[in-house]
Design a protein around this ligand. Structure first.
Ligand SMILES: Cc1cc2nc3c(=O)[nH]c(=O)nc-3n(C[C@H](O)[C@H](O)[C@H](O)COP(=O)(O)OP(=O)(O)OC[C@H]3O[C@@H](n4cnc5c(N)ncnc54)[C@H](O)[C@@H]3O)c2cc1C
Length: 383
């Protein structure tokens, strides 16, 4: 499926990760932790030296003019290796959106920043009263035509890495009293702009991955509106489709399944029928989810329409990831012992991530919302 050059690229990316990732790295990247954040910055810098951060982007924006396969390979390996350094918000979300809708000023400035590996982005979509129903966003953006400037007031919430970010793409209502999907604009903000306050939200374990972002009279130039003023809805939806076609869940699921198979072999239970059959069936499901994700990514490079495949791939990838972790959990709960030193790291990884992956069915649009999209936009069923 991949060409010789692409397979060679796979080897090069793996070698780069080998150089930085500690041996026996046994956890998923968590860039809110200082250690992972520092590692992420180092790896991004190294990728940038070779124009590898976004290899499918044009050379003039720091890419390599490769086709989408190189970007798929990169993200899949980073997920499989569980390595920090794969930029979700910049490379996967706002970058392709700017390539499609951005002005030359925006492409020149922001895409080159992303491929330099030195700038972190965050996503300002959700609000305290606006999650699944994104069209109800109420953060206000007042556009002053004379000054060509927008003044923004409102609150965003659940902003992942908001406390690390240099830039934010944000959905605001620029036409007040407009109907839901109308009068919205997608705008780029510099997180150091006066009036932006980042409040970390602590989760039950005491650490914070999310933030509340309060915006008070934040001013930004009209040059930072992506697409047309008041016509940001379709741009924002397209960005979500880039988000939903991520391959990370597939890479994580495959790694878990490979490690589980090895664990079963090590403790001599792989030949049991129930285990053999379940692992084979999970692998078949994983392959079909992977192919759907490749298709969703490829389709997005082909035409302008908003498709249902990104929602299908998100749904399948989220579900198979949970199923594999559930089976690993089942096996470990029957076989792991407290003093099982050889498998300690694997067992604690599974336990921790089984809980974390619940969030896969929420972030980027919940499972129910993906099903609605497939039914209505994809299959043409009525609401
Ligand atoms: C790990 C994680 C990271 C996130 N990072 C970000 C981020 O960086 N930036 C950002 O902007 N947001 C982020 N979010 C927020 C995320 O986008 C929202 O949580 C999500 O869109 C759901 O919105 P909500 O939480 O308000 O739930 P609600 O919209 O209140 O939904 C509650 C329940 O109702 C169901 N529901 C709602 N509407 C319908 C409907 N029409 N049909 C059927 N069922 C429905 C939902 O499926 C869900 O089960 C993140 C969330 C998580 C979990």
């Amino acid at each position: 499926m991949f060409s010789k050059e692409e397979l060679n690229f796979r080897i090069q990316i793996n070698s780069l990760i080998d150089k930085f990732l500690p041996k026996n790295w046994q956890k998923y990247p968590d860039e809110r932790l200082d250690e992972d954040w520092e590692l992420s910055k180092k790896i991004k810098k190294e990728l940038a030296k070779n124009n590898w951060i976004a290899p499918s982007w044009p050379k003039k924006y720091g890419g390599l003019d490769h086709n989408i396969s190189s970007s798929i390979i990169l993200s899949e390996i980073f997920a499989y290796r569980m390595s920090p350094g794969n930029d979700r918000f910049g490379v996967r979300m706002i970058g392709p959106t700017l390539l499609k809708y951005g002005s030359e000023y925006q492409k020149e400035k922001y895409l080159n920043e992303i491929t330099s590996g030195e700038v972190q982005w965050c996503q300002g979509y959700s609000e305290p009263n606006s999650g699944s129903d994104l069209a109800s966003v109420s953060t206000k953006g007042d556009y002053d035509e004379e000054k060509d400037e927008i003044t923004i007031n409102g609150t965003k919430v659940w902003t992942t890495l908001g406390h690390r970010a240099d830039r934010m793409f944000i959905l605001v209502r620029t036409l007040q009293n407009s109907k839901r999907h109308e009068g919205l604009s997608l705008v780029i903000l510099d997180m150091s702009d006066p009036g932006i306050k980042v409040n970390p939200i602590k989760n039950v374990s005491g650490s914070s991955s999310f933030n509340e972002i309060v915006l008070t009279n934040v001013k930004t130039s009209g040059k930072n509106i992506v697409g047309k003023l008041h016509e940001g809805w379709m741009v924002a939806l397209d960005l979500l489709n880039f988000e939903r076609s991520g391959i990370d869940y597939i890479g994580w699921a495959e790694r878990c399944l490979d490690d589980l198979e090895k664990y079963c072999k090590d403790i001599d239970i792989l030949s049991r029928d129930h285990i053999k059959i379940t692992i084979s069936s999970l692998r078949a499901n994983l392959e079909s989810a992977k192919i759907m994700t490749y298709k969703a990514l490829w389709i997005k490079t082909k035409d302008e329409k908003i498709h249902m495949e990104p929602s299908m791939s998100k749904l399948l990838a989220t579900e198979i990831n949970i199923k594999i972790h559930d089976f690993a959990f089942e096996i470990l709960s029957k076989n792991a012992t407290i003093k099982d030193n050889n498998h300690d790291d694997f067992a604690s990884r599974i336990l921790k991530n089984r809980f974390f992956f619940i969030s896969g069915g929420i972030l980027g649009g919940t499972t129910e919302i993906q099903k609605n999209i497939i039914a209505q936009r994809g299959l043409g069923l009525s609401k």
